[in-house]
Write a protein that binds this ligand. Structure first.
Ligand SMILES: CC(C)(COP(=O)(O)OP(=O)(O)OC[C@H]1O[C@@H](n2cnc3c(N)ncnc32)[C@H](O)[C@@H]1OP(=O)(O)O)[C@@H](O)C(=O)NCCC(=O)NCCS
Length: 176
């Protein structure tokens, strides 16, 4: 049984380490170089600060998806300005009237292609619609799921339209 739940300070530790110790979208410049200079503790602290701040300004911005009470997926979304890394994407910037979906991630590869990603996307769209948001955008990746929000095929299947395409990371949008 799948369930979507907003990340609260209490279940922050349920976020998979690969996302909890990741500041990719929260930073600019050479990501690898920056990560080498920071301890894991510092990275997690910075991620928590970003999360608390963004939650205060935007509302729920991180979600966990549970399968029988075990976290299996993570979603990160907010207004585009919450994600400075956007400047690296030629097909951007995303539109300010849309929520930017930075990450959609099913933690374990062997659990993919079983509908969990679809549940996650549909659930977060429902949540955003109920909060009055009218559109969602992301940079999808052509021919590869190795991308923070996954492959283009997944988004086209869910009704998203390509609105800018300058390289292999087109900007896609869905009115919700
Ligand atoms: C994107 C992602 C969330 C999709 O989740 P999922 O559970 O595999 O998706 P679904 O099973 O709901 O897929 C629905 C449809 O989308 C399309 N799709 C999904 N993954 C696809 C892929 N890798 N290639 C092509 N089409 C794909 C298919 O049409 C699929 O239907 P089908 O399986 O009947 O053919 C998942 O692939 C993922 O987590 N990828 C890794 C993303 C990542 O690395 N994020 C990093 C975070 S830092």
């Amino acid at each position: 049984m799948l369930k979507l739940a907003p990340v609260e300070p209490e279940n922050f530790n349920g976020i998979d380490k690969s996302c909890r110790f990741c500041l990719y979208w929260q930073t600019t410049g050479s990501y690898m170089e920056m990560m080498e200079t920071l301890s894991k503790q510092k990275i997690e602290e910075m991620k928590r600060v970003w999360y608390i701040d963004t939650r205060r300004n935007f509302g729920d911005c991180c979600f966990l998806v549970y399968l029988s009470n075990v976290p299996v997926g993570f979603i990160q979304c907010a207004s585009p300005e919450a994600f400075p890394r956007i400047v690296d994407y030629s097909s951007g910037p995303p539109n300010n009237d849309a929520v930017f979906l930075a990450c959609l991630y099913v933690f374990r590869r062997e659990m993919r292609r079983r509908g969990i990603g679809t549940f996650m996307l549909e659930s977060v769209i429902k949540n955003l619609r109920q909060r009055g948001f009218g559109a969602i955008e992301t940079f999808a990746r052509k021919d590869s799921e190795n991308n923070p929000s996954g492959p283009l095929e997944f988004y086209l299947k869910h009704g998203f339209k390509v609105i800018a395409e300058k390289d292999e990371f087109p900007l896609v949008r869905l009115e919700i």
